[in-house]
Design a protein around this ligand. Structure first.
Ligand SMILES: Cc1cc2nc3c(=O)[nH]c(=O)nc-3n(C[C@H](O)[C@H](O)[C@H](O)COP(=O)(O)OP(=O)(O)OC[C@H]3O[C@@H](n4cnc5c(N)ncnc54)[C@H](O)[C@@H]3O)c2cc1C
Length: 485
């Protein structure tokens, strides 16, 4: 085993300059390797690359035929839209370094910074009219904040810590792991403001999500956002997009390049069904009957997937509960061609937030300024309701709802394709979350090594969000194993 890169060196160099120099050794299916990594998303791929660069023999088992998990540039839908990650923040050091080391080219992020119109109670409102609109029942400073930015407005204003990981302290877990509705009441939001935030999510969601998990993201955005103009007219995703990057040719270029750099170590079509561990090693079994032996295992699976894998010895306590119970929200996407500029007909912003069955109509403005595609995005319980409509009918249903809320879109939009993360048969969701009280119950143990098994994946993040958090967790799991060898 080559341990030329010590843990300290890895951390100090940001790891990636050395990427090209340390070529992984090939692992053959039947051969015992040092580490089996399960899941070829960003977390699993980053863990595998770091281990390989440090001289370990690795095998990566991926259930799907496609590499990348929630990094997914569509090959089916015209225009190759991103079903998953697209925006790369300026502070994503690991992602940016990997892109550079692997020759993956970046461009300025797509522009979703434009304002959103508001469709509320059947009325179409320009964001500039909101403050004094009769439907605006919020009070004081809230009045100047558009409905879709209200949740972020309160979280940013009241974020109580000076550090990015303040949310992970025992004090935070004890006091802030309450529902977002309770938190908003605690910090003085009016009932009208809370109602508007809830209407964006769909009934019930606001009571079901821990405010602390939102504060983790807000903390990161606050530190990342230093120096970036922010406005009460944008939500945090719009703010983050202001100075972000995207990958030329699509985000999947990065995960494909990471898999290529592993030189045959990534095996697709390998759905893991069991992990058996003894004092001396682990055997990982796949649905096709094949099995792989290693000294250590990294599960880089979302807990929605891991809960279907038989683990021996079994997980216990808060860790077992986390795997079994952690909620994942979905995201329903209907991709649209814009046949004519409907916004010119009604003179209102092309993008739109709604309190109806579709969460938002988002227009991406291409780098050349063109606006010929859009996506209707629906999350939370509203997204779950759309998922129940058969895929063939879903697009037309969304078009009819958009036309009802915004007549100018009638006949000007055409469905290019639909996609739902909840219905993805391997991942079963878009992102992890916590119900109130679950962060306190799960966080202390859920990512702790169990026998010969280590945990990665965005749900085990500490300091980062999005793609960078997946990379962060892969790095942590790899370093844990390097420390044990
Ligand atoms: C709609 C959407 C938009 C997003 N936008 C952004 C953005 O703009 N910027 C940003 O930074 N982040 C964004 N993200 C977040 C980012 O995509 C994720 O944080 C990251 O890709 C998660 O990586 P992961 O490795 O943790 O998990 P995953 O990518 O989910 O990887 C898990 C892998 O495990 C595989 N698997 C499942 N079950 C098994 C099994 N039994 N055996 C073997 N393999 C299995 C899956 O097929 C998958 O490949 C977005 C995510 C979504 C869904």
């Amino acid at each position: 085993m080559n341990r030329e890169l010590s843990r300290r060196t890895l951390l100090a160099t940001g790891m990636l300059a050395a990427a090209a120099a340390y070529l992984p050794r090939m692992a053959f299916a039947a051969e015992k390797t040092d580490v089996v990594v399960i899941g070829a998303g960003l977390a699993g791929l980053n863990a595998a690359l770091l281990l390989a660069e440090n001289g370990c023999r690795v095998t990566v088992l991926e259930a799907g035929r496609r590499i990348g998990g929630r990094v997914f540039t569509s090959t089916e839908i015209e225009g190759s839209p991103e079903h998953g990650a697209s925006q790369i923040g300026r502070s994503y050091a690991r992602v940016l370094d990997r892109c550079e080391a692997l020759g993956v080219k970046l461009a300025q992020g797509s522009n979703i910074y434009d304002n959103y119109a508001i469709s509320l109670d059947g009325q179409l409102i320009r964001p500039g009219q909101w403050e004094n609109h009769p439907l605006n029942k919020t009070v004081g400073a809230e009045r100047g904040v558009v409905p879709f930015a209200l949740g972020s407005y309160y979280l940013a204003k009241t974020y109580p810590w000076n550090t990015m990981d303040g949310w992970a302290s025992p004090e935070a877990l004890a006091n802030y792991d309450v529902s977002e509705a309770d938190y908003l009441r605690r910090v003085g939001a009016s009932s009208a403001a809370i109602d508007l935030v809830a209407r964006g999510y769909g009934d019930g969601d606001l009571d079901a999500i821990s405010a602390l998990t939102l504060m983790q993201e807000m903390g990161r955005a606050k530190f990342e956002g230093k120096g970036v103009p922010t406005s009460a007219k944008q939500d945090r995703f719009q703010q983050a997009s202001f100075l972000s990057y995207r990958i030329l040719g699509g985000s999947s270029r990065l995960t494909d390049a990471m898999a290529d750099a592993l030189k045959g170590a990534v095996l697709t079509g390998k759905q893991v069904t069991a992990i058996d561990m003894t004092e001396t090693g682990a055997t990982v079994t796949c649905g096709d009957g094949s099995s792989y032996k290693a000294d250590y295992v990294i599960s880089a699976l979302p807990f929605t997937a891991l809960r279907k894998v038989a683990v021996t010895p079994a997980l216990t306590g808060g860790q077992a509960d986390a795997v079994k119970l952690m909620p994942y929200s979905g995201q329903n996407q209907v991709w649209l061609r814009v046949k004519a500029p409907y916004w010119e007909q009604d003179g209102i912003e092309g993008s739109m937030w709604t309190d109806g069955p579709v969460s938002m109509l988002r227009q991406s403005i291409a780098p050349d300024g063109s606006r010929d595609s859009a996506v209707a995005i629906t999350s939370g319980v509203k997204g779950d309701a759309l998922d129940r409509i058969p895929a063939k009918e879903r697009g037309e249903y969304v078009l009819s709802e958009l036309a009802r809320m915004r007549p100018s879109t009638k006949g000007k939009l055409e469905v290019l394709g639909v996609f739902s993360w909840k219905l993805d048969p391997l991942i079963h969701g878009c992102r992890h979350g916590y119900h109130p009280g679950q962060m306190k119950a799960f966080r202390p143990t859920m990512a702790q090594p169990h026998a010969r098994m280590h945990f990665a994946g965005e749900h085990t993040r500490l300091m980062e969000v999005g793609m960078e958090s997946a990379m962060e967790t892969g790095e942590r799991a790899a370093l844990e194993i390097l420390d044990r060898i």
